[in-house]
Design a protein around this ligand. Structure first.
Ligand code: WQD
Length: 341
């Protein structure tokens, strides 16, 4: 049992007139993106429960208003026992996500990502849960053939992590056809930032991505950092990515659930801002926000990095009525820096 004080208590406004409340199981809901999804669901008056094995998720990310089930997606029995309690939808974010590791330890990714997701689909089918929102990734596209990348772009993942995400999308498509299960696969571009109200306090452990590495360097947790490649064909020679705030990702999940329950057919949607920021621009903005000079070394290119990756999210905007709200890069950095000190 958790002590009361370990969980965050949210102020939840009354449900708007005429809106249907959904009961949602957020698998991976104690993690970085999952906890933001839980907060967004609760704030819109939905009922959320969290299923998480706490391998990377953290208790400090849990909310008092969301029941917590400590469990693994490899535990089919517990998934079944949980899902038979009348859920309208599942949000599935439980996965291993280190790209480099996926190439060295593919079995770990086969078991956790593919087998784990199949267990969820099978338990959902058994229990009659008909809606799932799945955390997919831009990694399903591989090297971009044109920009911005839309959902019609060829699917050629260049790492095993991306392959697992693509396979799970395909399994969901079969469960749609065979088990009448509707899904939304959300292909995130580069997720960044933290809840701007500071309600989510669990920093990711051993972060592998650019912004948390910049933050740790600014905070003195790291002595310095490397920029991987400064000779790309971009405006300043460093790689350009589409950084999307985690609270904007979260709101897309809630909209996707609401639309699925209203009867929207299954869909695959990119989530990004449509704007690109270079590594150097990110570092410059971070120095401005933090007031610290970063110890930066310009290193060689990292294998597998495209020069530029930018999303077209027109489909999400049109189908969900979604629009990212926190797009200013300094504001995004501020929401992350708040956690460091
Ligand atoms: C961003 C840019 C680096 C670290 C990855 C996965 C993707 C998705 C999100 C999901 C790149 C550069 C980074 C550093 C640097 N995963 N960089 N120095 O590679 O765009 O996307 O995370 O779960 O599938 O591939 O993100 O944050 O690693 O890198 O110069 O110390 O920053 O080369 O250009 P990436 P990233």
């Amino acid at each position: 049992m958790l002590r009361q004080s370990e969980k965050t208590v949210l102020f939840i406004p009354a449900l708007g007139k005429g809106r249907k409340m959904a009961k949602v199981l957020v698998i991976g809901g104690a993690g970085y993106i999952g906890s933001h999804v839980v907060k967004a669901l609760l704030e819109k008056g939905h009922q959320a429960a969290v299923y998480d094995n706490l391998s990377t998720g953290q208790k400090v990310n849990l909310f008092e208003q969301a029941e917590f089930i400590e469990g693994d997606i490899l535990d089919s029995g517990l998934l079944f026992d949980t899902l038979r309690n009348g859920f309208d939808a599942v949000v599935h974010l439980a996965a291993k996500k280190a790209v480099g590791e996926s190439m060295e330890k593919p079995n770990k990714y086969s078991i956790n990502n593919i087998q784990g997701s199949l267990n969820i689909l099978m338990a959902m089918a058994e229990c009659g849960v008909r809606h799932i929102v799945f955390s997919s990734s831009a990694a399903v596209y591989g090297m971009p053939e044109y920009l911005p990348v839309d959902e019609a772009h060829p699917l050629n993942p260049i790492n095993y992590y991306g392959f697992t995400k693509l396979e799970i999308e395909k399994f969901m498509d079969w469960y749609d056809r065979l088990k009448d299960m509707r899904y939304v696969a959300l292909r995130y571009f580069n997720a960044v930032g933290y809840d701007s109200e500071g309600k989510i306090r669990g920093k990711e452990k051993n972060p592998q991505n650019l912004l948390p590495i910049i933050m740790e360097t600014a905070a003195g947790v790291r002595d310095g950092m490397s920029v991987f490649g400064s000779d790309y064909d971009t405006r300043d020679g460093t790689c350009i990515r589409d950084y999307i705030h985690v609270s904007d990702l979260a709101s897309a999940h809630v909209l996707a659930i609401e639309k699925l329950i209203e009867g929207m057919p299954s869909a695959v949607l990119n989530l990004g801002t449509g704007e690109g920021t270079s590594v150097k621009e990110m570092i410059d903005a971070a120095e401005k926000v933090t007031g610290k000079k970063l110890n930066v070394t310009y290193a060689g290119r990292r294998a597998g990095d495209p020069a530029t990756l930018i999303a077209s999210s027109e489909k999400a905007r049109n189908l969900l009525g979604w629009k990212p709200q926190i797009t200013d890069i300094e504001e995004i950095i501020r929401t992350t820096w708040n956690l460091e000190h």
